[in-house]
Write a protein that binds this ligand. Structure first.
Ligand SMILES: Nc1ncnc2c1ncn2[C@@H]1O[C@H](COP(=O)(O)OP(=O)(O)OP(=O)(O)O)[C@@H](O)[C@H]1O
Ligand SMILES: [Mg+2]
Length: 357
């Protein structure tokens, strides 16, 4: 699998160019397919500078509840108690993305009611919670596709103003794998998966085609390169979208950390396909290893999921969202044993409990 990073320069949905058959894409068919969103640190000459990396291993950092609510539980112990007992001076030099008191409404409907959390260098974080609670909205806000109504998003310590843009001085690339596959309907699987490289690299087409085949194989797909999305099952489309999110320009050296946000990557997949995807998500992480034993390039990732297998296999820390607030945070292994009634109900799927449908 390709292991170095593609350096993209556009912001949202990259438009196809005339470089190749992508030019056949009709306008109006760009239903927001971009998955890799780039922002760069620019120097005074407009050149891209390597980011200053000050890395503190994040995975061993204890999870904290950054919400202000004193009633909110962390590891089933009140936050104030945890902080009183164990709080150390915070080192935020490894924080890549921070949401601070983020609010978001759609019309009259308040979806996010002041959520705060940090994604640190090296972390594998899951966001869980009932349907319609705002998980996808959080990912879009982190990716810079939606702006919060109140509160702020900080990228490597710098406040983002509005939506993501090429000018953003952040030194962090953020990719989003949409809940719906968001493939280009009129492009083949090969063109869809190779899209970031056709658009943003100088790689020859046969090399891109080779990488496409490798990345499709990594998500368990073979011989589908020439098919159109309409000729694939829902689960296959999902895996094609995933292959597109991890394809990287292996002719370049990685210069910036990258965070991938996966929105329900295993929803609709059979158990074995889910395992393939969960292992793939781990293997592209810098703390993971590919088939050759090399570490992956994704610095940190966030996975929104409802699936227990994905929670168990693909993430280390969990954030539980309910009714627009973070109601619980903890390590994955603490999820199953938590006595928090919301967590217990969610974990067991019971109809009895505080979550009402
Ligand atoms: N662009 C939008 N315009 C209006 N309402 C929206 C928009 N996006 C999301 N919503 C509403 O915001 C709420 C949260 O949506 P969101 O997609 O974030 O939920 P979710 O937690 O991801 O749910 P699921 O688990 O079903 O995917 C829903 O009530 C949804 O209808
Ligand atoms: Mg969603």
């Amino acid at each position: 699998m390709a292991k170095s990073m593609v350096s993209t320069s556009s912001g949202l949905a990259p438009l196809p160019t005339s470089r190749n058959s992508l030019s056949s894409l009709k306008s109006g068919q760009l239903a927001f397919p971009s998955h890799r969103i780039c922002s760069k640190r620019l120097n005074s000459t407009g050149r891209c500078e390597p980011p200053v990396r000050k890395i503190v291993c994040a995975c061993t950092a204890p999870p904290r509840n950054w919400n202000d609510g004193s009633a909110i539980q962390f590891n089933d112990t009140p936050v104030s108690e945890v902080e009183h007992l164990s709080r150390e001076p915070e080192d935020d030099s490894d924080v890549l993305i921070e949401c601070r008191n983020v609010h978001k409404s759609f019309g009259e409907k308040q979806i996010l009611k002041g959520i705060s959390f940090k994604i640190r260098h090296g972390e594998a974080v899951g966001i869980i919670g009932p349907s319609g609670t705002g998980k996808s909205t959080v990912l879009k806000i982190m990716a810079g596709l939606l702006a919060p109504d109140e509160g702020e998003v900080r990228i490597r310590g710098r406040k983002r103003h509005g939506l993501i843009s090429d000018e953003e001085i952040s030194g962090l690339r953020i990719g989003l794998v949409f809940q719906s596959a968001a493939l280009f309907d009129s492009l083949t699987v090969r063109e869809n998966v190779g899209f970031p490289l056709y658009e943003h690299s100088n790689m020859p087409e046969d090399q891109i085609a080779e990488l496409v085949t490798e990345n499709l194989a990594a998500v368990g797909l073979k011989g589908v390169e020439d098919r159109l999305p309409s000729e694939l099952s829902g689960g296959m489309k999902k895996r094609v979208a995933l292959a597109r999110s991890i394809i990287l320009d292996n002719s370049k050296e990685a210069v910036e950390p990258e965070v991938l946000l996966y929105d329900e990557p295993t929803a609709g997949l059979d158990p074995i396909a889910s395992t393939v995807v969960e292992d793939l998500i781990r293997s592209v992480h810098l703390k993971g290893k590919d088939a050759l034993g090399k570490p992956g390039n994704i610095t940190s990732y966030v996975v929104v999921t409802h699936q227990h297998s994905t929670i168990r296999r693909a993430v280390d820390r969990l954030i539980f969202l309910y009714e627009g607030q973070i109601v619980w945070q903890g390590m994955t292994h603490e999820f199953a044993t938590s006595s928090n009634p919301i967590v217990r109900q969610f974990a067991s799927g019971s109809l009895d409990g505080p979550i009402k449908y």
